[in-house]
Design a protein around this ligand. Sequence first.
Ligand code: F6R
Length: 240
Amino acid sequence: MQIRIFSNENDLAAAAADIFETTIAAKPDAVLGLATGASPVLTYKELIKRYEAGKISFARVTTFNLDEYCDLPKNDKNSYYTFMQENLFSKIDIDPANVHIEDGNAADFDAEAKAYDAMIEAAGLIDLQLLGIGTNGHIGFNEPADAFSDGTFRVKLTESTIKANSRYFTDSVMPEYALTMGVGSIMRAKKILLIATGAAKAEAICNTVKGPVTPRCPASILQTHPDAILLMDEAAAALL
Ligand code: F6R
């Protein structure tokens, strides 16, 4: 695991964007795994800036998002579909046909999960996977559990995740379930980039980097990935 600590979030976002830029320069039809939430927002802003400056094109890129809430209308302001449109996709030259997000309203969640994994495999697996981390060490919505998950599946969100994310659900009730790529799907990515900022992430980062590899802290499995990079600010790194 490579660890880089930054004193300000703009430098961190620029470093993350550099890794995207290098990946796409080497492989213009790269397959990117993308995340939602607060952690990637500045990185997406930086990628948009570089697209506008003509430094980077997403025209041939394919994307797979980590997760999506179940039973939330696709166009709800809190769906991850809406998040991705607003924070990235509507502002770059990506072909909508190459964008993939789990269908949280699928009639058959198991079939949707299997189809999603099959699409990732057919695309040749993920070249660069972007991750945030939950305060409980979750990646995607892989919550602390007795065993590491493998492929995409429907998960019941934990109280801690519901507490952390319910602040966004001001006019509606936060869903209790989500579809998420599994830990196995994440680990099959060729390169992984995790962003963590703020003191609330310090304990999860400490467990991820220094703790045992355990499904009780799902991100700890990144210790075993051959090419995982953790970008964090000083607050998130405080317990290392
Ligand atoms: C989002 C995701 C989650 C978040 C994590 C951190 O697609 O998969 O694992 O990355 O909950 O969220 P923020 O960045 O909002 O602190």
